[in-house]
Ligand binder design. Structure first.
Ligand SMILES: [Zn+2]
Length: 141
């Protein structure tokens, strides 16, 4: 049963076809290896509007993810119920499936975790993602 509140956690599943050098605002310029990237975000309100913004092109570049999205193909958006503390934990849970937070501190300006963008080598997507709909609480504990 989906929840109806317009807020929650989400993962953008992004595919980068070839190695690409991208400047991510003040974070710096990085050479992104090809493969799948999972971006973990949270909207404390206006979740639908946030996701619509992620999908929109030609917008002012504000967040780290805005700088990356023009270069990648969005393959899926996974939704999770709101959980005030779970954004960083979800990013780390995703990374444990065989990914690496890259670039360091991406999307993590407001927290202390390794980063909210997780890179997986190409063709590795099928086993990396938690199941979004089975449980109201995707995180153990
Ligand atoms: Zn974090």
């Amino acid at each position: 049963m989906p929840w109806v509140e317009n807020k929650g956690l989400y993962i953008l599943v992004l595919k980068l076809a070839k190695e690409t050098t991208i400047t991510i605002g003040k974070l710096g310029t990085f050479t992104f290896p090809p493969g799948t990237y999972c971006y973990v975000g949270q909207a404390r309100a206006h979740l639908r509007q946030r996701l619509a913004r992620h999908c929109r092109k030609n917008k002012p570049l504000r967040w780290h993810i805005d700088y990356l999205l023009p270069h990648v193909e969005m393959q899926a958006i996974l939704l999770f119920p709101p959980n005030d503390t779970a954004e960083c934990a979800l990013a780390q849970q995703v990374a444990k499936k065989g990914g690496i937070p890259f670039p360091p501190r991406f999307g993590a300006s407001d927290c202390r975790c390794p980063g909210h963008l997780i890179h997986f080598p190409a063709h590795h997507t099928h086993r990396i993602l938690p199941t979004p709909t089975k449980s109201r609480n995707p995180l153990p504990g």
